[in-house]
Design a protein around this ligand. Sequence first.
Ligand code: 5GP
Ligand code: MN
Length: 345
Amino acid sequence: MLTKVIEQSNIDHFTKWFERADKIVIVSHVSPDGDAIGSSLGLWHFLTSQDKNAYVIVPNAFPDFLKWMPGSKDILLYDHYKEFADQLIAEADVICCLDFNVLNRITNMADSVAASPARKILIDHHLHPGDFCRITISHPQISSTSELIFRLICRMGYFSDISKDAAACIYTGMMTDTGGFSFNSNSPEIYFIISELLSKGIDKDEIYRKVYNTYSECRLRLMGYVLTQMKVYEDHHSALLTLTIEEQNQFKYVKGDSEGFVNIPLSIKNVRFTCFLREDTEKNMIKISLRSVGDFPCNKVAAEYFNGGGHLNASGGEFYGTMEAAIARFEEALKAFEPLLKVKS
Ligand code: 5GP
Ligand code: MN
């Protein structure tokens, strides 16, 4: 049995909407990751099985390693089909906002979603949920939005209607947001849920291979290169990876090629905090990714030094300036957080 994480009043409220709704739009954050796509498609499969007219709309493209997911071909990319998507958003009975906490995380779609008269529900696990939905289901202690979707469907009484395809999507989101169950994954209930998903016939080993073992040769060589350039700050138990545009061109970089790089230095003994700085041509800025293990709050570093935020152990932000200046900013942060970083483990 699972603990009743989601409040009963929220379950009852959403169930009422669900029973009356016909057109349901599911939206998730920009540059969707495994949990954004997994939770959205998990819910989409369920809603479709209940004869709802459901659509998943995300701001922009998602990585190739998620394109095997059942239903992924039906996802609407807002930056490609703006007009059609705007119409769906405007005419929806219910809009489900998944895996993001504030409207600016859906960038180009934010205005349409804000303006829609639809009933809105937020289902998310990021800290500090904004107040833009009538129902807010926000549980930062839960490791993925996909897990919340599983819990929601079960609490509504529809476990038996979760299909193998829905289960595969939910599992993918749970797996990717915990780094293959290697962080934020000590809750015993996660494994109870996995056993329930396995009972639907999913092949979790195959899902792992489809998500993680799909590197291109260029990506693997880029990874090798970036790691040889790594800077380790031994005293601060920290490491820094960088990637300039010049280097991206050298390795025929395509979007998503550096996904997950930020986690790699955490495999060095005693490294507890890592940073990855990537020059972004599209947005003319440096994208920051931060990761930590234990109780070091990398979201504080993101918020205080890089105009960002996120979770305790996984956060990010942006920097406008040169790579040299971004590195200097990171080193400033290391100094400021020295008391927390230098403690012996
Ligand atoms: P990633 O490093 O995978 O891009 O992001 C990890 C997490 O950091 C995301 O799930 C999100 O919670 C947070 N994050 C990343 N970039 C930003 C940003 O620019 N602003 C804020 N507020 N959070 C971000
Ligand atoms: Mn998530």
